[in-house]
Design a protein around this ligand. Structure first.
Ligand SMILES: *Cc1c(COP(=O)(O)O)cnc(C)c1O
Length: 337
């Protein structure tokens, strides 16, 4: 054993659990995108996953792993959005109860969806309160099992199944680009890629304003930052995890960053050319393929399009912002501007 929190057999086990439960999402190609980048791009469209993001994979895997007593008592999770919906939906499917700690200013669509999936929402102020402390307190008081959004071996294993499918669908890859928040997705995908196409270079993509992952790789330790100001609300994490960081150190070649303007441009490309709605965080890897300073010409490149959950008004505003004045809008929803 490597001593890391995740190995490939755990991802294969997660795949069997998710079989027939999670969607096997499509892999799209675009000759326009290939022409612009000089590469062959394979877009793994997790915006079409259940609840609209890859997070269902990890959440279902983690809840399915609980013993019957834990499942009966229920689960608590803290999340700015997609993990919340994923846990709520997984709990409903598996007959458990989900308590979700969410920021008061989370996108409305995400709050509503979490409640629609049967989750009990507990609101907090993310500038003044510590969600992890709230989660731990609820766990103790109510006997709930805390399932964190990324720093958990079962979460990481579930997220890795997205890359397994992509490689199966697209064939061997030279490069795999995946968004990076807390590192559940990237660590899982990196372990899967290492096992299934060992020569594939795995690269994480972060928002420019929150490059703690890149700093951490450079420093050789987990670097903590303030909550970054970016439209990529699913990647506003302040640090990588104790479990995710060592896996990323072992299997990820580099971490690159993209600006909010690049995210909006990537969202617009996906809308106009590929006819898919993606959220800003879901656009991270797409934006990196178009302008992340990477030399991918002539390569077979897998791109994890991680999610598509965004309020209609906000989506329209972001896309209108770029076409009206050619510059991106500043972050709004998450900051309550
Ligand atoms: C959570 C999330 C991410 C980041 O995933 P991590 O496992 O935290 O790195 C990326 N994209 C979307 C759409 C997400 O919901």
């Amino acid at each position: 054993m490597s001593g890391l929190a995740l190995d490939f057999p755990a991802i294969e086990t997660a795949r069997r659990r998710l079989d027939g439960v999670a969607h096997r999402t499509p892999v799209l190609t675009s000759s326009t995108a290939d022409g612009l980048t000089g590469a062959r791009l394979y877009f793994k469209c997790e915006n079409f996953q259940r609840m609209g993001a890859f997070k269902f994979r990890g959440a279902y895997n983690a809840v399915a792993r609980l013993d019957p007593a834990q499942r009966a008592a229920g689960v608590v999770a803290y999340s700015s959005g997609n993990h919340a919906q994923a846990i709520a939906l997984a709990c409903r499917r598996l007959g458990s109860h989900a308590v979700i700690v969410m920021p008061r200013d989370a996108p409305r669509g995400k709050l509503a969806a979490t409640r629609d999936y049967g989750g009990e929402v507990v609101l907090y102020d993310r500038y003044r309160e510590d969600r992890e402390a709230i989660g731990r307190r609820l766990a103790t008081q109510r006997g709930l099992t805390l399932i964190p959004p990324y720093d958990h071996p079962d979460i990481m294993a579930g997220q890795g199944t997205a890359a397994c499918e992509l490689i199966e669908q697209a064939g061997p890859l030279d490069v795999l680009l995946a968004p990076l928040g807390g590192g559940g997705l990237l660590s899982g995908c990196a372990v899967a890629a290492r096992a299934l196409c060992p020569r594939c270079t795995v690269i994480g993509v972060e928002p420019e304003a929150g490059d703690d992952g890149r700093q951490s790789l450079r420093a050789g330790r987990i670097v903590h930052i303030e909550t970054p100001d970016t439209i990529a609300d699913g990647a506003q994490t302040q640090h990588l995890g104790q479990h995710t960081f060592p896996v990323i150190q072992a299997h990820v070649r580099a971490i690159v960053t993209v600006s909010d303007a690049q995210l909006v441009a990537a969202m617009a490309f996906c809308a106009e050319r590929m006819k898919i709605v993606i959220e800003p965080t879901g656009a991270l890897a797409v934006a990196a393929a178009f302008g992340g300073g990477l030399d991918i010409r002539g390569q077979r490149v897998g791109i994890i399009v991680s999610g598509g959950n965004i309020d209609r008004e906000r989506y329209a505003a972001l896309l209108a912002g770029i076409s009206r004045e050619g510059t991106p809008l500043r972050s709004t929803g998450a900051d309550g501007e």
